[in-house]
Ligand binder design. Structure first.
Ligand code: CA
Length: 230
């Protein structure tokens, strides 16, 4: 369940927001002062913050700035004054959204949901394997770092050479035609461009194969295309 912290000194507004968000299945905490809101925001794990701008002790600007210095958690800032909203936008504090009071609770819930799902997508893509490494018979490809080693010696491939090698190695034992490879790597229609693929395969082999006449990694399937052998 997503946890939301509302920092709002107007109790009636805070309670209304809380009720609607809880009805939508969120767990909601309220802090009525800027200082307590800020310390909880930094100390605890919340999935989203709703910050009022004008607060006692520490205002919403400062809370937003301090959260952003440490966390990427979505922040929705609310203010009674349209002018203030324009001002905070201009400051580039890193808030994800701004709402002017009074707003409809259902609008708030819709925005909360949108920001939470966007943030979940962001986090799950960042949590993908940090370093995808393909290692086979002395060839090592670090897909994220875009580096290649052959028997511990680093080899330097051009961007397209690397893309082509990483694609083939990432889809091993599958035969691709030159046209398919061209479309995949160059992202263009393949008409008449199969020689580009041939030339790049030749260059890759010169860099990674011991004997280019007997390639052990990228195999030529005559009349069809290429295959990365494992
Ligand atoms: Ca206020």
């Amino acid at each position: 369940m997503s946890r939301i912290l509302i920092v709002e000194d107007e109790e009636a507004i805070a309670e209304l927001e809380k009720d609607y968000l809880e009805l939508s299945g969120f767990e909601v905490e309220i802090e009525g002062s800027g200082a307590s809101g800020l310390s909880r925001a930094l100390a605890e794990d919340f999935d989203l913050f709703i910050l009022d701008l004008m607060l006692p002790e520490v205002d919403g600007y400062e809370i937003c700035r301090q959260i952003r210095a440490e966390k990427n958690t979505p922040i929705i800032m609310v203010s009674a004054k349209k002018d203030d909203i324009d001002k905070i936008r201009g400051l580039g504090l890193g808030a994800d959204d701004y709402m002017t009071k009074p707003f409809s609770p259902s609008e708030l819930v819709a925005r909360v949901k949108a920001h939470l799902s966007r943030y979940e997508r962001l986090v799950s893509s960042a949590a993908a394997p940090a370093n995808k490494i393909i290692e086979i018979r002395g060839l090592k490809i670090d897909v994220n770092a875009r580096r290649v080693w052959v028997r511990d010696e680093e080899k330097f491939l051009t961007t397209k050479e690397f893309d082509l090698l990483a694609f083939l190695a990432g889809n091993p034992n599958k035969v691709f035609s030159k046209e398919e490879l061209f479309r995949e790597i160059w992202d263009m229609d393949a008409a008449g461009e199969s020689t580009t693929v041939t030339v790049h395969i030749k260059k890759i082999r010169e860099k990674i194969e011991l004997n280019t006449a007997k390639p052990q990694y990228i195999e030529t399937i005559w009349g069809v295309g290429y295959r990365f052998k494992i």
